[in-house]
Design a binder for this molecule. Structure first.
Ligand code: FAD
Length: 396
């Protein structure tokens, strides 16, 4: 066990924090209100090596370890959840899945430009009738010569209008249920592909989220990821990585709640003293600190297991569940500490609270993770080593 950050990790945090302080925080209120951010941010993220932070250098990435990805997510979400969500789908759900399951040709074609930041990746699993119950999906893929023809719809897809590449899941054989789902690498330019943003979102308003439509979309057979029927397994393995980034981001949101709350506790006075001197306010601060410390330990443990090449579905699920719940509570308390001023956009805490809600829903709802944890403890659920594990760190 080692609780120390490496020099490289410390440097990454410093660089990411400076980036967030200079490039995100001064603009975020406007971006959140307008619903989108300056696309120039993507190039800046790429120039810093963030778009492929934990992807091996031989595939265009920065070659850092998985806890470095966590540090990046913490720092980005301290700025705004939209940026961490972007990294969650681009790296956690897409690039890391390619790293784990793709052929060498697929890696060269799709992973390398994603890790270098030239292309953006996203992840299309959810459908109007299939969220937690993935196997209820109705998108189909039918083999036609050297192509598959996809028909269906996905919804609530982060970066739907922005990403160049998508991992898309569809039934190749519905009779096989979970074992009949396959995974495909889809390019936005494939004929039959279209997307549409969802308007009027409660939170993560600076981020782009929406629907994907596939109408007789022809996908080359070589874009099948893994084998036919392995899609469900691939999606679940992808979520092990996506959830890790969501959990780490939640730690960053708690950090932001603490920063704003501590500042306000010293500024605001009631009954002749700073509100930080009132014990009931102190309780909220103490709970935030406890949530922050416990969450980050859970996240780094999951990261360490990833570094060692060990299956970590159980540990990642626990980290995601707890960190997102703590962040949601921390944001609520940060709002409370600000009293009526929390209600205005003069302070960022209302945005924190709005942003804290989606992570309790996406990549496994609070209820799904609760059930998973109970099932592990009761012995109803057990994980085996996957046929394709995430590569150990240091990379070969
Ligand atoms: C901002 C945002 C971004 C997203 N980005 C993506 C993305 O990039 N890609 C993607 O594929 N998806 C994305 N999603 C979708 C997200 O993953 C789903 O919303 C999530 O999986 C839950 O599915 P659902 O909304 O259909 O809820 P449902 O599955 O319909 O659940 C509704 C309620 O019932 C509860 N419930 C369901 N089943 C059970 C059960 N067995 N026991 C107890 N309670 C249960 C749930 O916990 C929830 O409270 C995003 C969602 C949001 C809000």
């Amino acid at each position: 066990m080692n609780f120390e950050f490496t020099e490289e990790q410390k440097m990454l945090r410093k660089t990411a924090r400076q980036f967030v302080d200079e490039e995100i925080i001064p603009h975020i209120q406007k971006w959140d209100a307008e619903g989108g951010f300056d696309p120039a941010i993507w190039k800046k993220l790429a120039d810093l090596g963030f778009m492929g932070v934990c992807i091996p250098e031989k595939y265009g990435g920065s070659g850092m370890d998985y806890n470095s990805l966590a540090i990046l997510c913490e720092e980005l979400e301290r700025g705004d959840t939209a940026f961490r969500t972007a990294v969650s789908v681009h790296i956690g759900l897409n690039s890391m899945t390619l790293m784990q399951w793709a052929t060498e040709e697929q890696k060269q074609k799709y992973l390398v430009p994603q890790a270098e930041g030239d292309k953006i990746g996203a992840f299309g699993l959810t459908e109007p009738g299939a969220g937690s119950d993935v196997a209820a999906m109705s998108t189909t893929a039918v083999r036609d010569g050297d192509h598959y023809v996809l028909n269906g719809q996905k919804t609530w897809i982060s970066l739907c209008d922005v990403a160049d590449h998508f991992l898309v899941f569809a039934y190749t054989d519905k009779s096989q249920k979970h074992n009949g789902i396959s995974a495909f690498i889809v390019e936005r330019t494939f004929p039959g592909f279209s997307s549409k943003a969802i308007k009027g979102k409660y939170g993560i308003r600076a981020g782009n989220t929406g629907e994907l439509f596939f109408e007789d979309m022809r996908v080359p057979a070589e874009n099948l990821l893994g084998k036919e029927g392995e899609g469900f397994k691939i999606a679940m393995a992808a979520l092990d990585n996506g959830r890790f980034t969501v959990a780490a981001g939640a730690v960053g949101l708690i950090m932001a709640c603490l920063e704003e709350s501590v500042k306000y506790c010293h500024e605001r006075e009631t009954f002749g003293k700073a509100i930080g001197k009132h014990q009931l306010v102190q309780r909220m601060i103490a709970n935030m600190e406890a949530g922050y410390q416990m969450s980050r330990l859970l996240v780094y443990r999951a990261g360490e297991l990833k570094n060692k090449g060990v299956r970590n579905t159980r540990e990642t699920s626990l980290a995601k569940w707890q960190a997102c719940d703590f962040a949601n509570k921390a944001a609520d308390d940060a709002f409370q500490i600000h009293g009526a001023y929390g209600y205005s956009d003069e302070y960022p805490v209302a945005r924190f609270l709005r942003n804290s809600k989606a992570p309790v829903i996406y990549e496994g709802t609070r209820e799904i993770h609760t059930i998973m944890q109970a099932e592990y403890v009761l012995g109803y659920r057990e994980d085996k080593r996957l046929s394709h594990m995430l590569p150990e760190w240091p990379f070969e």
